[in-house]
Write a protein that binds this ligand. Structure first.
Ligand code: A3D
Length: 321
């Protein structure tokens, strides 16, 4: 059986880490694509030279033309520019929307059967645009944010309780950004819901509220420390977990930005929801019950994402059909 092929569009900080993790996990051969002259080739060569040391077999190549992604099973998209000082969110949106148009055309032509994971920000709008520009089936185009945001929540909870990260489950829904919805009620330690742990005196409501806020600010906390660039190890690991669930038909239940088609009363919008990821892509969206305050947070998040999509449509009205 031939190896799987994984194409990485964008060979920056996250792209390089994705290639390393995909290689170490032997998920398949890897193509790194980027418009920056020499960068994908340099990173691919460096990584290829790591394979004898780590002892895995994978072809790792750099590329600057889209034909190199032909036949990819999984495509992970990080192409774009980060927000620079003085640049508004709308400026960033306009630039990265253009990038999604290019990537979408490449996918449509060379990798129409791939499972596509978008990471480029602003996430929920970019994955929506990528599905539109590529024309790929919505169940095969998803965004990565919830796995990362939930991982941050899990890590902070594990620190709070002094327990293994393995035994902490946590759950973040909604759009990626200030309005994300960390769901305390659906987060647990060894199966014990966090509200029960508060009642048991393991922690307090105030401390959990502070953790929830830290999750919301998780990206900014790292940007402020790094000064240049944003988080890349954990975002890459999160996308690899999604790719692995698809390639191995694991049917993991992961929070992903998925296209809603009536779920949560919404249509034609990408939003972070729990979903079963298997060989058919998004195989099922889980509609969890939200209480009144969770619903209010979720609706704020929906409004924020709708605002971003409207901004995309102003720039590229053709995407609206
Ligand atoms: P960075 O290291 O700048 O890599 C981006 C790469 O994209 C660069 O190598 C560019 O040369 C390349 N690029 C730019 N334009 C194109 C194009 N038209 N075609 C192909 N490649 C192009 O950034 P990064 O890897 O740190 O982050 C990548 C993206 O992920 C950014 O948009 C971040 O904001 C986003 N991000 C999202 C999350 C989420 O949780 C959703 C977390 C962290 C980062």
């Amino acid at each position: 059986m031939a190896r799987n092929k994984i194409a990485l569009i964008g060979a920056g900080q996250i792209g390089g880490t994705l290639a390393l993790l995909a290689g170490l996990k032997e998920l398949g051969d890897i193509v790194l694509f980027d418009v920056a002259d020499g960068v994908p080739d340099g990173k691919a060569l460096d990584l290829a030279q790591l394979t004898p040391v780590e002892g895995f077999d994978a072809g790792i190549w750099g590329a600057s033309s889209y034909d190199a992604i032909a036949g990819a099973d999984v495509v992970i998209v990080t192409a774009g520019v980060p927000r620079k000082p003085g640049m508004s969110r709308d400026d960033l949106l306009a630039i990265n929307l253009k990038v999604m148009e290019q990537v979408g055309a490449g996918l449509r032509k060379y990798a129409p059967d791939a499972f596509v994971i978008c990471i480029t920000n602003p996430l929920d709008a970019m994955v929506w645009a990528l599905q539109r520009t590529s024309g790929l089936p919505p169940e095969k185009v998803v965004g990565m944010a919830g796995v990362l945001d939930s991982a941050r929540f899990r890590f902070f909870l594990s620190e709070e309780f002094g327990v293994s990260v393995e035994d902490v489950t946590a759950f973040v829904m909604g759009g990626h950004g200030d309005t994300m919805v960390p769901l305390v009620r659906y987060s647990a330690v060894g199966g014990i819901p966090v509200p029960d742990l508060i009642r048991m005196g393991w922690t307090s409501e105030e401390r959990i509220a502070a953790i929830v806020q830290r999750v919301r600010d998780g990206g900014a906390e790292i940007v402020n420390l790094l000064k240049t660039g944003s988080a890349f190890y954990a975002p890459a690991a999160a996308a690899i977990a999604m790719a692995e669930s698809y390639l191995k038909d694991k049917k993991r239940v992961l929070p992903v930005a998925a296209r809603l088609d009536g779920e949560y009363g919404l249509r034609d919008i990408y939003l972070g929801v729990p979903a079963v990821i298997g060989a058919r892509g998004v195989e099922r969206i889980v509609e969890v019950e939200l209480d009144r305050s969770e619903r209010a947070m979720f609706e704020r998040s929906v409004a924020a994402v709708e605002g971003l999509v409207e901004a995309c449509l102003k720039i590229a009205p053709g995407l609206g059909k």
